[in-house]
Design a protein around this ligand. Structure first.
Ligand SMILES: Nc1ncnc2c1ncn2[C@@H]1O[C@H](COP(=O)(O)OP(=O)(O)OP(=O)(O)O)[C@@H](O)[C@H]1O
Length: 305
């Protein structure tokens, strides 16, 4: 595995820094992907390739289109046009839960763990792929008996790996923000994905858990998976990425190793320069907490009615 990893990284050494640069062994390949909201072109990607077996970071200013691109690639949204493939097979119009079953799974900026289910129940449902919360809630009772035995062993192994085994019977709603991120990552692994896509894994995570989260992300790569993550935390990007893709205004504007990208004038102009005086992490935490609270209140209201 170690030899494969260094081979995958070494292969990146010869890749050009131009947007959409071809990779030696792409697991994802997409072309002419666009998504507009009203008059706004949120995503306008001419070409993108994600190298297999390494960690790629997707960075860019707020509103650059990173989450929208994630949504498109994983079947949570539909593009105006464009096609993309995973392991050489087109994924356009394939629904999210089927994308997950093919081996491409994503987590969310605001975690989608179900707070009124226990940690182990959340894990078992992860084995069904991702169908969204409504599906999970509605289908939970009927799936329960058939899935109970089949997936429990794998779920318990993953909980131990992510140090959540002590929380097994707790409601997911009682977990801290960082523990929810870990649970979501663990749950995504229930389908044993080849590619795992993490949307802002560090947002809302306290410093003590950050190191452990970084270690977990690296271990995903070290066991042979491909990792693609969106992140504003530049320390994390610098620390663990093998490759960085930069988006601004829906387009890919630069690519390269973390070192070369952070020295790239186009990136400094489009992103890093603009955030020079701002503590991005603090902004994200406040936003996230407010959104998470609103989500919980809405959920409670829904359950009342
Ligand atoms: N459902 C939607 N309806 C209307 N506009 C949307 C929708 N989703 C995203 N947008 C807009 O598309 C643009 C890209 O948003 P997106 O969330 O993909 O950016 P991002 O790079 O992930 O930003 P951030 O770093 O803040 O999460 C933004 O201008 C956003 O307001």
């Amino acid at each position: 595995m170690a030899a494969e990893l260094s081979e995958a990284r070494a292969a990146l050494a010869g890749v050009s820094n131009e947007p959409g640069a071809p990779k030696p062994d792409p697991i994802v390949k997409g072309s002419n992907i666009t998504r507009t909201f009203g008059g706004l072109k949120a995503v306008d990607v001419e070409h993108i390739e994600i190298q297999r077996g390494v960690i790629t970071a997707l960075i860019g200013p707020n509103g650059a289109g990173k989450t929208t691109l994630f949504n498109l690639l994983t079947g949570f949204d539909e593009p105006n046009e464009g096609d993309w493939s995973f392991n050489g097979k087109s994924l356009a119009k394939v629904p999210a839960y089927k994308v997950a079953r093919r081996g491409m799974v994503r987590t969310f900026q605001l975690t989608k763990v179900l707070s009124k289910l226990t940690v182990i129940e959340n894990m078992r449902l992860g084995a069904t792929g991702q169908r969204g919360e409504r599906f999970f809630s509605a289908a939970f009772k009927s799936l329960w008996s058939s899935q109970e035995d089949a997936n429990t062993t794998r779920a318990d192994e993953l909980l131990a790996r992510f140090k959540l085994d002590a929380k097994r019977e707790d409601f997911a709603g009682s977990l801290s923000g960082g523990q929810r991120k870990l649970l979501e990552m663990a749950r995504a692994l229930m389908v044993d994905p080849e590619l795992i896509m993490l949307d802002e894994p560090m947002a809302g995570v306290n410093p003590a858990l950050k190191q452990s989260l970084l270690g977990h992300v690296k271990s995903l790569r070290d066991e042979g998976r491909t990792v693609l993550f969106v992140e504003h935390d530049m320390d994390m990007v610098r620390d663990i990425s093998d490759w960085v893709i930069v988006m601004a205004q829906g387009q890919i504007v630069a690519e390269g190793t973390p070192k070369s990208v952070m020295a790239d004038q186009r990136v400094i102009d489009a992103y890093l320069g603009a955030h020079h005086d701002t503590d991005i992490t603090e902004i994200d935490v406040a936003d996230l907490e407010a959104e998470a609270e609103a989500e919980l209140v809405a959920e409670a209201e829904e359950n009342k009615s």
